[in-house]
Design a protein around this ligand. Structure first.
Ligand SMILES: Nc1nc2c(c(=O)[nH]1)N[C@H]1C(S)=C(S)[C@@H](COP(=O)(O)OP(=O)(O)OC[C@H]3O[C@@H](n4cnc5c(=O)[nH]c(N)nc54)[C@H](O)[C@@H]3O)O[C@H]1N2
Ligand SMILES: Nc1nc2c(c(=O)[nH]1)N[C@H]1C(S)=C(S)[C@@H](COP(=O)(O)OP(=O)(O)OC[C@H]3O[C@@H](n4cnc5c(=O)[nH]c(N)nc54)[C@H](O)[C@@H]3O)O[C@H]1N2
Ligand code: SF4
Ligand SMILES: [Mo]
Length: 745
C-alpha cells in the first residue's frame, strides 16, 4: 500500500460523533487535501473545519512520533519502542501485583472513536485487574446513561431523536450547530434542522444562551442553568392538567404512566417559572406544541448532564416522550440497530443487572457506572494515603489535566504518581507528568467503523473505511501497544502480540458463533484471513443484526462487503423495536424508577433556594475539540476564549467590553478577557473549556503562545456534584467577576 504517488481514499472522520465520510488525498504519507464525500450514505457531503483540517492535524510538526522517556533532569528524550517497553516492564508490574487498585487507567474521548481501543482496551484493563478506570463518560453522559439504563435496560442503547421525520424537536442543553451533536449521530445538523422547518415542523431550543442553534429555532427558551428538570415537570403538569397525554400510541410495555403524570401535576408552570427563569406562557406553549404535534421528540445533551439535576432532567425527557406517545415511532424517539451489535441487540442470557453502583470508590464511596468510577474521584484516589491508593496511571487519548474538574488537584495528583505511562500524540498538560509517552501512528494507518457511535445513528447505515497506509518503520498500532502493555501487566512482557491477538479472537469467535448460531470453528475459519481490530470487527458484523452468520445467510453483512461499498450500505430509517429492544429485568418500562423518585425531594427543595447571582457555563468552539486541536488548528481570533457576559450583568459590575477580569469560584481564581454579549441571559457567564495551555514542559508551542483561560481550574470536584451519578457540575458554577485592570480595548 505504501506509494509516493498522489491518491485519494475514503476515511470516516474520527473526530466527532457525526462520523462524516471524507475523501482524503495523500501524497506519499502526507494528507494533502480533504474533501467531504458527497456519496457517503450517512453524511451526504457534510463536513466541518476540523475534518477538513485532518491534514494539518496529522501533519502538525509538534506531534510526538517517537516514544519519549523521562530523563533524570525532568525533560524527555526520544527512545526506541524496545527501550520504552523495557522501562515499562521494569516499573509497571510492582503496581499490578501488590494491589489491584494501585494502577489506574484514564481513557479519553478519541479512544471512543477508535477501533483499537474499542476492542483491546478491555484486555489491558483485565490485565491490570484495576477497578480504577476513568473516562469522560462520567463527566459528560452518565446522567443520561443512567436514566436510559433505568428505563430501557442499557446505558448505551439510548432512544434517539428521529430528526428527519419529526414535526416537533425540543433540544435541551445541546448546540449541534457548533458541536455537530452528541448521543445522536446525524451529520449535517444544519440541513436537517432547516429541513424540519421547511416541512412545517417546529424547533424549540432550551438553553441559557441564544446559541447558533437557538438562532435557527422557532422558539428559544432561555432557561436558568440547572433547572431543566423543573421546566420539564412544568411542561408535564400542563399535559396532565389539560388531558394532553396520548400514551395509547406506545405499545403496552409501560408501567407507571398515571404515577408519572400525577407527580408532575403539582409542578404547575406558575410554580416553576421563577426558578427556571422562563415565562409561564412559554411553558404552556411548549407543552401544547409538543403534545399536539403529529410526531414530537425531545433531545437532551450535555447541558442537561453537567448539572445538578442531570439524571432527573434526562429521565423527564423520556417521560415526556412516552406520555405523549412518541416512543418507538417514526418522528419520535427510536432505537437504532447497530451493525456490529451491542447491548440492546444481544440476547439476555441471565437476569440483567443494572450496570450502576456495583462497587464504590475507596475514598468517598462514590458509585461505579458501566465499569468505571466517577472522574471526580481521580485526584483524591491518588492523593489520599492508605491501602488501595492509586500510585501508577496509564492514560490513553485523554487530557484529564484540562478536561476534569479542579485542574489544580488533578495536576497535583499526576505529580504525586510513582509511575505514569501515556499513549498520546502530544506532550500536553497531562502527558508532561508521564514517565513514558507512547505515540499513536497516523490516523491513515487505521481502519474505521464506529462500533459505539452506531448506537446513536439516526439511520441504520453500516460503513467501514480501511487503512490508507501500512505502518511505517517506527510506528506501532495502538492495538499492539495495548496488547504489549497488557502482556507486561500480566508478567509476560515478551509474549508475541500476534499470539495474544489470536487468543482474543478465539474468545470473540466463540461469542460471535453463539450469536450467529454456528460452530466456533466456522466463525474462526471465516475470519482467519484477518488480524487485529479488522478480524474482531468482521466477527461482530457477521454475527450482528445484518450479518451473514459466517455464510449461513449468504448476502448478509461482512467486513468484505463494506470494503466493496466504501460509501456504506443502507439499511433504511430506524424501525420500531419495542418490546424486543428492552433489557430491563422484566422486559417492561417502569416509568418512575425508585432511584429517581427518591431524588425528587431534592429538586423540590431547590425551588425555593435563592439562585446565585452569577453562574459560569460552558461553550464549544467550531474549530476546537475539547482540549486537543488548539495547536494544530489555532483559533482565528484569540478572543474566542473570552468570558462572555450579558450587558445587564456587565453594567451591574461596572465592566466594559475588553476588560481583563478575575473569575473566582469556590476553588480558585482565573484571569480572562471580558466580552459583552446579549446572547447570554442575565445571571450567566460563559467560557470555553480545554484551554489554559500553560506551565512548564509543554511541547505545543502554538497553543502555549495563546494559552487561554482554564475553565476547569474553577470547577468544584468536591461539594457540588450531581447527586445520583457524582457527575461534576461543569455548568452552573457560582462565580464572581471583578475587573483586574483599568485598561481595556
Ligand atoms: N466544535 C466542537 N465540537 C464538539 C466538541 C468540541 O469541543 N468542539 N466536543 C464534542 C464532545 S466530546 C461532545 S460530548 C459534544 C457535546 O455536544 P453538545 O451537547 O451539543 O454540547 P455543547 O455544544 O457544549 O452544548 C451544550 C449547551 O448547553 C447549554 N447549557 C449549559 N447549561 C445548561 C442548562 O443547565 N440547561 C440547558 N438546557 N442548557 C444548558 C450551553 O449553553 C450549550 O449551548 O460535542 C462534541 N463536538
Ligand atoms: N468545563 C468543561 N469540561 C469539560 C467539558 C465541558 O463541556 N466543560 N466537556 C467534557 C467532555 S464532553 C469530554 S468528552 C472531555 C474530553 O476529555 P479528554 O478526552 O480527556 O480530553 P481531550 O481534550 O479530548 O483529549 C484528547 C487527548 O487524546 C489525544 N489524542 C488524539 N488523537 C489520539 C489518538 O488517535 N490516539 C491517542 N492515543 N491519543 C490521541 C490528544 O492529544 C489529547 O491528549 O472533556 C470534558 N470536560
Ligand atoms: S462534523 Fe465531526 S465528523 Fe464531521 S468533519 Fe467535522 S469533526 Fe469530522
Ligand atoms: Mo464529550
Amino acid at each position: 500500500m505504501t506509494t509516493t504517488e498522489a491518491r485519494t481514499g475514503h476515511r470516516i472522520c474520527p473526530l466527532c460523533e457525526s462520523t462524516c465520510g471524507l475523501l482524503v488525498e495523500l501524497e506519499g504519507r502526507a494528507i494533502t487535501r480533504v474533501a467531504p464525500n458527497p456519496a457517503d450514505l450517512m453524511s451526504a457531503g457534510h463536513s466541518c473545519a476540523k475534518g477538513l483540517g485532518l491534514g494539518r492535524i496529522e501533519g502538525d510538526p509538534d506531534r510526538i512520533r517517537t516514544p519519549l522517556l523521562r530523563t533524570t533532569g525532568g525533560g524527555f528524550r526520544e527512545a526506541t519502542w524496545g527501550e520504552a517497553f523495557a522501562e515499562i516492564a521494569r516499573r509497571l508490574p510492582e503496581f499490578v501485583t501488590d494491589d489491584p487498585g494501585s494502577c489506574a487507567l484514564y481513557h479519553g474521548n478519541p479512544a471512543a472513536h477508535h477501533l483499537d481501543s474499542t476492542f483491546y482496551l478491555g484486555e489491558l484493563i483485565g490485565a491490570l485487574g484495576t477497578r480504577n478506570v476513568y473516562s469522560p463518560a462520567s463527566v459528560d453522559t452518565w446522567p443520561k446513561n443512567l436514566a436510559h439504563m433505568l428505563l430501557y435496560g442499557t446505558g448505551l442503547g439510548m432512544s434517539l431523536p428521529d430528526i428527519d421525520r419529526t414535526d416537533y424537536l425540543l433540544i435541551l442543553g445541546s448546540n449541534p450547530m457548533v458541536s455537530n451533536g452528541s448521543t445522536v449521530t446525524a451529520p449535517g445538523m444544519h440541513h436537517r434542522l432547516q429541513a424540519l422547518r421547511e416541512r412545517g415542523g417546529t424547533l424549540v431550543v432550551v438553553d441559557p444562551v441564544r446559541t447558533r442553534t437557538a438562532e435557527v429555532a422557532d422558539q428559544h427558551v432561555p432557561i436558568r442553568p440547572g433547572t431543566d428538570a423543573l421546566f420539564l415537570l412544568g411542561v408535564l403538569s400542563v399535559i396532565a392538567a389539560e388531558g394532553l397525554a396520548r400514551p395509547g400510541r406506545v405499545p403496552d410495555v409501560v408501567d407507571g404512566l398515571d404515577e408519572a403524570l400525577a407527580l408532575a401535576r403539582e409542578y404547575t408552570p406558575e410554580s416553576v417559572a421563577e426558578a427556571c427563569g422562563v415565562d409561564v406562557a412559554l411553558i404552556r406553549t411548549v407543552a401544547r406544541g409538543f403534545a399536539g404535534a403529529t410526531a414530537a421528540v425531545a433531545h437532551s445533551r450535555i447541558g442537561t448532564c453537567m448539572q445538578e439535576f442531570g439524571t432527573l432532567a434526562n429521565w423527564l425527557v423520556e417521560v415526556l416522550t412516552i406520555v405523549t406517545g412518541n416512543l418507538d415511532r417514526p418522528g419520535g424517539a427510536m432505537f437504532s440497530l447497530p451493525p456490529a451489535g451491542g447491548q440492546n441487540t444481544w440476547p439476555v442470557t441471565k437476569p440483567p443487572k443494572l450496570m450502576f453502583d456495583r462497587w464504590r470508590s475507596r475514598v468517598r464511596g462514590l458509585p461505579e457506572a458501566m465499569g468505571e468510577l466517577p472522574a471526580v474521584c481521580f485526584a483524591e484516589e491518588i492523593l489520599t494515603p492508605g491501602p488501595g491508593r492509586t500510585r501508577a496511571l496509564i492514560t490513553l487519548a485523554g487530557n484529564p489535566a484540562r478536561s476534569l474538574p479542579n485542574s489544580g488537584a488533578i495536576e497535583e495528583a499526576l505529580d504525586a504518581l510513582e509511575f505514569m505511562v501515556s499513549v498520546d500524540c502530544y506532550l500536553n498538560e497531562t502527558t508532561r507528568h508521564a514517565d513514558v509517552i507512547l505515540p499513536p501512528p497516523p490516523v491513515t494507518t487505521r481502519g474505521h467503523h464506529d462500533v459505539t457511535l452506531s448506537h446513536f445513528q439516526i439511520r441504520n447505515v453500516a460503513r467501514y473505511t480501511p487503512p490508507l497506509l501500512d505502518l511505517a518503520d517506527g510506528e506501532m498500532a495502538e492495538w499492539q501497544i495495548l496488547l504489549r502493555l497488557a502482556a507486561i501487566a500480566k508478567g509476560t512482557p515478551h509474549r508475541p502480540v500476534d499470539e495474544m491477538d489470536d487468543e482474543v479472537a478465539a474468545v470473540a469467535a466463540r461469542r460471535a458463533a453463539k450469536l450467529a448460531g454456528c460452530e466456533p470453528e466456522r466463525a474462526g475459519e471465516a475470519t482467519a484471513g484477518r488480524r487485529g481490530p479488522q478480524r474482531l470487527l468482521d466477527l461482530r458484523l457477521r454475527s450482528g443484526p445484518y450479518g451473514d452468520r459466517f455464510g449461513l445467510d449468504p448476502g448478509g453483512l461482512t467486513l468484505a462487503a463494506l470494503e466493496d461499498n466504501l460509501d456504506g450500505i443502507d439499511y433504511g430509517p430506524l424501525t420500531s423495536r419495542l418490546p424486543e429492544v428492552l433489557r430491563t429485568p422484566d422486559g417492561r418500562i417502569h416509568l418512575v424508577p425508585e432511584m429517581i423518585a427518591r431524588d425528587l425531594p431534592r429538586l423540590r427543595a431547590s425551588m425555593t433556594r435563592p439562585a446565585p447571582e452569577l453562574v459560569l457555563i460552558n461553550r464549544r468552539q467550531r474549530r476546537g475539540m475539547n482540549s486537543w486541536l488548539h495547536n494544530a488548528l489555532p483559533q482565528p481570533d484569540g478572543g474566542q476564549c473570552a468570558l462572555l457576559m450579558s450587558p445587564h450583568d456587565a453594567a451591574e459590575r461596572g465592566l466594559v467590553d475588553g476588560d481583563r477580569v478575575a473569575v473566582t469560584s469556590r476553588v480558585t481564581t482565573v484571569a480572562a478577557e471580558l466580552r459583552i454579549d446579549d446572547a447570554l441571559r442575565p445571571g450567566v457567564a460563559s467560557m470555553p473549556h480545554g484551554w489554559g495551555h500553560d506551565g512548564p514542559g509543554l511541547r505545543t508551542p502554538r497553543s502555549a503562545s495563546a494559552p487561554g483561560s482554564n475553565y476547569n481550574a474553577l470547577v468544584d470536584d468536591d461539594t457540588a456534584l450531581e447527586a445520583l451519578t457524582a457527575s461534576p457540575i461543569f455548568n452552573g458554577v457560582p462565580v464572581t467577576v471583578t475587573r483586574t485592570s483599568e485598561e481595556h480595548s
